[in-house]
Write a protein that binds this ligand. Structure first.
Ligand SMILES: [Ca+2]
Ligand SMILES: [Ca+2]
Ligand SMILES: [Ca+2]
Length: 285
């Protein structure tokens, strides 16, 4: 019978633990209810804070310039920036004269010749040491300056031997417009053409007063501009000279002066001289 009672007691304990409270084992009663275990504070996991991208740059630029972009103001509050990814959005611009080069936090925009204002966007994406990213962008308006600098088209471009030169740079104003139309995207070509055109003006003046042409000076000038054209155009030098003549010699008066000058030179010894350093380019005012 003692064995039976023990078995009944054990069974009772297994069925309802509280019924065993009197057996001296209190551990079961000290275990907190499950709901309290869930509510206990857990150790908080490490949450990476994303980086913040930043670009320092000007908002305006001119053609033929180098513009710097500085991304070193980008930051990461709980770590560091591990990479900088720069890119360039050319917008509506279709040419190839605007390129971006970058190295780490710095980027440089190389702007060549453009024929009208261009707006581009420089973008920077930074990545922190935990792989999180942020990006930002900066707009840049690039101003065309060659057309802006031109004097106005003269009202009577065919008047007089030397026409209108309102900005006093030695190149007829209407010819300045024609030069830019011929080479809108090359400052070098524009400046060589301008030099030849201004020298040709001195031929017209000399032709008109053919009595006293200074042979040495005339020979030297002809030789220099021939060298300028050859340096720039090689085999095409004569073709380019003809194009400048068409721009310049566009009235009867100018043609007679030019022919008079040419005739006065025919049969004379023509020296072959190299143009002095810097002679071949006449910059716009
Ligand atoms: Ca971070
Ligand atoms: Ca231009
Ligand atoms: Ca002018």
């Amino acid at each position: 019978m003692e064995k039976m009672k023990l078995a009944a007691l054990v069974t009772g304990c297994l069925i309802g633990l509280s019924a065993c409270g009197g057996d001296g084992d209190n551990e079961t009663n000290t275990t907190p209810p499950p709901s309290k275990v869930v509510n206990q504070p857990l150790p908080s996991p490490e949450v990476n804070q994303p980086p913040a991208a930043s670009i320092a740059a000007d908002a305006n630029a001119q053609e033929r310039s180098l513009i710097q972009f500085d991304g070193s103001g980008s930051s990461d509050s709980d770590g560091s920036i591990s990479s900088y990814d720069w890119s360039l959005d050319l917008g509506d611009y279709k040419g190839n004269a605007i390129t971006l080069a970058s190295s780490g936090a710095s980027a440089e925009l190389n702007i060549g010749d453009i024929a009208e204002d261009v707006e581009v966007t420089i973008k920077l994406e930074v990545t922190d040491d935990d792989g999180a990213t942020d990006s930002t962008q900066s707009s840049l308006l690039i101003n065309e300056i060659d057309f802006m600098k031109l004097p106005p088209l003269p009202a009577s471009p065919q008047e007089g031997l030397l026409g209108t030169d309102s900005d006093g740079d030695g190149v007829r104003d209407d010819v300045e417009h024609k030069i830019l139309e011929r080479y809108p995207l090359s400052i070098v070509d524009q400046e060589v053409y301008r030099k030849v055109a201004s020298t040709m003006n001195s031929f017209l003046v000399a032709g008109l007063s053919s009595d006293d042409i200074d042979d040495v000076e005339a020979s030297q000038s002809s030789s220099y501009i021939a060298d300028c054209l050859f340096q720039q155009y090689g085999e095409d030098a004569i073709k380019e000279l003809t194009l400048i003549e068409v721009m310049m010699i566009d009235t009867d008066e100018r043609l007679s002066a030019y022919l008079a000058y040419s005739n006065s030179r025919s049969g004379k010894v023509q020296e072959s001289l190299d143009a002095p350093e810097g002679f071949c380019r006449l910059p716009q005012n």
